[in-house]
Design a binder for this molecule. Sequence first.
Ligand SMILES: Cc1ncc(COP(=O)(O)O)c(C=O)c1O
Length: 391
Amino acid sequence: MKYNFDRGFNHDIKDSLKWNTVKRISTKKDVIPMWIADMDFETVPEVKTAIIERASQGIYGYSEMKDEYYESLAGWTKKRYKWEIEKEWLCFSPGVVTGITLTIRALTHPGDKVLIQTPVYSPFFGAVTRSGCELLTSSLRLVDGKYKMDFEDLEEKLKDERTKIMVLCNPHNPVGRAWTRDELLRLGEICLKNNVTVISDEIHSDLVYKGHKYTPFASISKEFEQNSIICTAPSKTFNLAGLQSSNIIIPNENFRREYKIALENIEVSRLNVFGMVACETAYTYGEPWLDELLDYLEANKELVKKRIENNIPKLRLIEPEATYLLWIDCSGLGLSDEELKKFMIEKAGILLNDGISFGKEGKGFQRMNIACPREIIEEALNRLEKAVNSI
Ligand SMILES: Cc1ncc(COP(=O)(O)O)c(C=O)c1O
């Protein structure tokens, strides 16, 4: 391996939300943070070098997105996913959640309904309700250890003429599905039939395990392309979340105009200069690094899977197809959600995300971030096994 993912990073970095939080919330000194979705790995070396070079210029005035930025993103999506993006489709946002929220605001009127599939990344809830819209949820169904969309329920809820938008999570956080083309096709057709626009959050698209595939929603057909807004970012893929740079891809001219007005209304007029440098460099040079990262994550996932299967049978891992976030059914422990949270921190000494924060379907679940050196995973598993088996 060319890159050393075993090395991790320096936890003394003063402003790491992931590491500082454990110090704040727990009386135990060495709780392992496996919660928020960023990685304990240094980013692509070329990105670090490019940022240092740009920083050394000492000029950080207003900047503009250059063609090279678009070309790097378009080159990436074409090469990896055979999805061709046109230059004018590319809009920006500091964060994907900002992009989703602004799109909802741009394309709805107060009181309109917006549908999400739960359990799901929790800021989706606020993106809808804080925009003055009514939240509709469609529960994903867990069938034989795998989450499925409930198409009957979707048909019913999307045909309500007040439902204007559906926010899709593709691949899905936290259940780890990389939706198949057939599933997306069926969903997209229901949306088209009912004039419901799809905002597809594809921030985890590059993080897919062997044997599975990410399908860009907009790449399925011209109709889907014109009926969707696709949100991507290099932040999860290359560990750049702090640089606040996301791509909001809007092929439909009318949606794009409304989105740009929504951006102007909150006076967000340009990207952070270091975010732009990082994004362009990562998409241009980051592929070999990502390919090795994916192998490393695959091995981390297998390690957790085997250990849970063999040694911690009270827990059940939902086998992920994508994302470095593992969705673990802890209902076998017989604890309330409050007790479960306390148990993980105080007894097991690991900080995970509470399943219930992703919606009521997450009751009894925890989400574990495995994007860290194997040594940390092993220590976390030792602690978890000991704590669970002592119940
Ligand atoms: C599905 C999903 N969307 C969006 C985000 C956050 O994106 P941003 O920080 O760009 O708003 C996350 C972060 O974990 C996520 O999992």
